[in-house]
Design a protein around this ligand. Sequence first.
Ligand code: SAH
Length: 397
Amino acid sequence: MSASIILKPEREKSLLRKHPWVFDGAILQVIGNAHMGATVDILSSEGTWLAKGAYSPHSQIRVRVWSFEKDTIIDNNFFKKRIQQALDKRQPWLDQKISNAYRLVAGESDGLPGITIDVYNRVVVMQVLSAGGEKHKNKLIDAIASFYPGHCIHERSDVDVRKKEGLALIVETHVGDLPSSVNIQEYNLNIKVDLLAGHKTGFYLDQRKNRQIVGQYAKGKDVLNCFSYTGTFGLHAMQYEAKSITHLDVSQNALDTSKENIKANPQLDNTTSVSHVKADVFEQLRKYKENGNKYDLIILDPPKFVENKRHLMQAARGYKDINRLACEILNPKGILVTFSCSGLMASDLFAKIVADAALDANTQLNIVERLHQDYDHMVSTAFPEGYYLKGLICIKT
Ligand code: SAH
């Protein structure tokens, strides 16, 4: 007999709104043997059936919902159906052939909690962060293989949050042979994705559209690309004939990848003068300020500063610091493009931090565009937590 979870009184509200998480504090009673990844029925305190989900005994998110329909069975067909739905939602975008690399499944927003699936040309990379995903991994792999025959299927479940679920870190190729890197096309650019050590599942697909938007501001400008990683914001800026681009990153590996990506795009404007600087952005912006370096377009795309709520204030200080320094070294009428990819940083708070930074720098910034994660990283309205990447394009008065 399958196990059931009985919720405390009044704790069914989020499930009635189709939110897919049950926190440990909402549970009154567990009936039956709810082992790691087991499919459990979720019932209200009055015994009304609400949903079925995967049990995760070590996580604060104790159950992640697979389905709000009682007759759903978590079998091969279930995973095929979910992937088909995910593909259907993305089809209008896929038809535009903007890229051959895209997020196919964005976890909870695609009805597959804790599961990310990204496609990079002929390689599918999956990341499984939930006990339920782990338990049914073989079904998931079969389902992916049925939609992507002849593709390599690789797993990059090597992120620390797996430990919160009581899961070990795993990197494994399940189908085919994994090349060490793969070339993808983004708009008309050629980009090398490092499948072995690249961030996330290999690359920041979420910034795709933003890179193209920001490129359009770059014509004739001196561009400073902070936290440049693969240098892809810079490739777009070159495409739009930036005067110069300085890539700034603390990692030599990142800077080398950026250089390779420039070489891989010989069609790009070679009148742009490009430099790569290995430095800590916080320190280097201070140096630029002291030396009087000025830029027309500054991009700030830092890594996730907020890992949990306790880090929020510290992260806010970090964001404010780099945004203030950027304001100070921006020419009049210069453009600041500033991002936060921390889900815990609400977009209103982020805008407030940027406003405070401008104030401290004694400059006036005017927001001209608000940016967010690209189309394929879509956010279910029932799962607002899926919205994490926000950006502002501001012009300095
Ligand atoms: N803009 C990139 C993604 C940035 S990822 C893109 O579109 O692909 C974040 C990058 O910031 C990583 O390459 C990391 O090496 C770099 N980084 C992290 N902390 C840093 C710091 N304090 N100073 C400089 N670079 C840093």
